[in-house]
Design a protein around this ligand. Sequence first.
Ligand SMILES: C[S@@+](CC[C@H](N)C(=O)[O-])C[C@H]1O[C@@H](n2cnc3c(N)ncnc32)[C@H](O)[C@@H]1O
Length: 226
Amino acid sequence: MNDNLGTGHKVLKREIVVTADGSTSLKIPELDEMYHSKKGAVQESQFVYIDHGMSLTKKPKIDILEIGMGTGLNVALTIKQASANSVSINYDTLEPYPLTKAEQLSLNYEEILGLPVGMMSQIHNSNTDNQINADFNLSVYVQKLEDWEANQLYDVIYFDAFAPNKQKGPWVLSNLKKLYACLKAGGVLTTYCAQGQFKRDLKSIGFEVTNPPGPMGKREITVAYK
Ligand SMILES: C[S@@+](CC[C@H](N)C(=O)[O-])C[C@H]1O[C@@H](n2cnc3c(N)ncnc32)[C@H](O)[C@@H]1O
């Protein structure tokens, strides 16, 4: 297991892959770990984070926290959803290992999602308080969850770290407590992960844990409420 994903100045090697729905993703061969399901990056992310996260919150203005921005796919899907539903979004995301320019340019999300040319680059080049469009304010923190402290409360948390058997750090109890503390009452945390210990930990903190069937044949995902 590698909890750093980067040793010193060297980030683990990543490869571009095309998933079954035609959308691109990244793989870390050394960990044998994908950023998204091989069965479809866009389909998986839309299902887990938009349909079972953002869309559960019926508010005109939604505060979202993402753990692991990676390719920026969840950001892009959230921008699309916000525009389609006239919802205003404040989106904070953590990413300790940002993509290189070459990796950014190898992804096909603008084409596949019909986004304006240059939007993905705008996302990846964001720091704090960037107005991507009239409905979407983005802050990117080049930080690990372990080192980050919230300064506001969120309606929705997209917990999209690598799997706990590949990277333990983000999933430890102290971090889950941190996420519970920065979630608004009635807020929701959603993730593709449905590992037993993770679900027990969420319950022990006070989350109400549900496990809807997952996308593309996956048995279940986790949607946890405060
Ligand atoms: C499953 S991938 C992310 C998928 C991403 N949401 C996307 O759509 O591409 C996990 C991400 O978590 C990031 N990450 C790694 N360690 C982290 C940590 N300690 N805290 C927060 N994010 C971390 C990785 O660099 C990677 O980008």
